[in-house]
Design a protein around this ligand. Structure first.
Ligand SMILES: Cc1ncc(COP(=O)(O)O)c(C=O)c1O
Length: 416
């Protein structure tokens, strides 16, 4: 039995899922699911035929090419050139298709990175507190040492990051990886300024660590100017970038990608990082479903290797929800409570004037029929994040947002 499975941090997700299942009629600000109204699953599934027509070799009939798609295939994937064009067009990232690995969603990308980069007990993963549970949860299962950094404004606290790195080195440890979601952070919704992005990259070069940039929400940008991703300004090749199609296409596409053009050192010899990641993937999923890759490939061909137009109505719907949320929150909950208007993504963080506990979350759903996600669920130190909640607004109607916030306001008033 893996003793790491007894870490209480791993119980958070279950707690929230169970509440949702037990209270299906409650309004939920808990789950950051994309809105299925925009999925177009039938069209995407049938699009595989277009992929076959376009890509089958001349001397092969369509049936044989379909069967070829049913076979095992390259570990790194079959649509890597498409992804190279996509990230160039939409993110200004230049990368060789050989340094791209297609994964089973962002989640597999995280597992590959964690299994590849952490080899010694001295290696430490640095994450800001609060942070996305998917990465830290897997790191915990894998027994990786995790160290937390404070957040400040829309970013990681850079002074705390540098102090932490220096202290770890003094203790004989190796700060190996910094994990971050710079674009519309889950759970806080923050958007890291360019100056901070540049600083992180300089710190990574100075102290020799990798940055894992997780970017599932980058397309969901509202009324602000686009800031380049870390990968787009990664002059030292320190950044391993994780992309996902769960929010741009739909989650059951279960595809994502890793951009990894850096090097990895072993006994003073440098190796291609993407080749090492590929080795690990070959023992996790062998290769990502080629049938799903063909469906995604057809979407990318049709959209001319940019997902901006396809995402436009989805982004507009989310932005509308964000606007309703901000208007209503000012009216219902306003009085002295702090929140930051998210400039993109699915989440907003709201400060509340008392400490939350699991039993208060239960009381909130049982008495007021509204589900919220306490920020402490995203914290390793359970004393952190007790006075904040994450509000997910991606998959609610106008009425649900308004009614839900009124109910939440009543709950907050009853405890203040
Ligand atoms: C920050 C972050 N990364 C990754 C994921 C998961 O992505 P995928 O569905 O591609 O595994 C999520 C999903 O909620 C997320 O919020």
């Amino acid at each position: 039995m893996n003793n790491n499975l007894f870490d209480t941090y791993l119980e958070s997700m279950n707690f929230l899922n169970e509440i949702s299942v037990k209270h299906p009629s409650a309004i939920s600000f808990g789950s950051g699911r994309p809105n299925e109204e925009f999925f177009n699953v039938e069209e995407v599934v049938l699009g595989i035929k277009d992929f076959v027509k376009k890509n089958k070799p001349r001397n092969m009939d369509e049936n044989a090419y379909f069967n070829y798609l049913g076979q095992y295939n390259f570990t790194k994937g079959i649509i890597n050139e498409y992804i190279a064009k996509l990230v160039y067009n939409d993110e200004g990232i230049t990368i060789d298709s050989e340094d791209i690995i297609i994964t089973d969603g962002a989640q597999e990308a995280m597992a590959i990175v964690i299994n590849s980069l952490f080899s010694s007990k001295k290696d430490v993963l640095m994450v800001s507190e609060p942070s996305y549970i998917g990465f830290i949860g897997y790191a915990k299962i894998a027994g990786v040492n995790v160290c937390t950094i404070k957040r400040k404004n829309q970013s990681i606290d850079m002074d705390d990051l540098e102090d932490t790195v220096i202290n770890l080195i003094k203790q004989g440890k190796k700060p190996k990886v910094l994990y971050e979601v710079p674009d519309f952070h889950n759970p806080t919704g923050s958007y890291m300024p360019l100056s901070e992005r540049k600083k992180i990259i300089e710190l990574a070069e100075k102290y020799d660590f990798y940055i894992v940039e997780d970017n599932p929400y980058g397309y969901y940008i509202y009324d602000t100017e686009k800031i380049p991703t870390l990968k787009a300004i990664d002059k030292y090749k320190r950044v391993i970038h994780i992309g996902s199609f769960s929010k741009t296409i739909f989650p059951s596409m279960r595809l994502g990608y890793l951009l990894a053009d850096g090097k990895i050192k072993h006994n003073n010899v440098s190796y291609s990082l993407s080749e090492m990641l590929k080795k690990v993937k070959s023992f996790i999923t062998v290769n990502s479903s080629v049938i799903l890759q063909a469906m995604l490939g057809a979407v990318l061909e049709k959209e001319n290797y940019s997902l901006k137009a396809l995402c436009k109505p989805k982004v507009e719907s989310c932005m509308k929800n964000r606007n309703i949320l901000i208007d209503t929150i000012g009216r219902c909950i306003g009085h002295g409570l702090n929140w930051q208007k998210p400039l993109g993504g699915f989440f907003m963080s709201l400060d509340i004037p008392f400490s939350l506990t699991d039993s208060l979350i239960l009381e909130c759903v049982e008495k007021y029929s509204v589900i919220v996600c306490p920020m402490y669920m995203f914290c390793i130190n359970k004393s952190q994040g007790t006075n904040q909640i994450r509000i997910a607004f991606s998959n609610l109607t106008e009425k649900q947002i308004e009614d839900g916030l009124e109910r939440l306001a009543k709950f907050i008033r009853s405890k203040s």
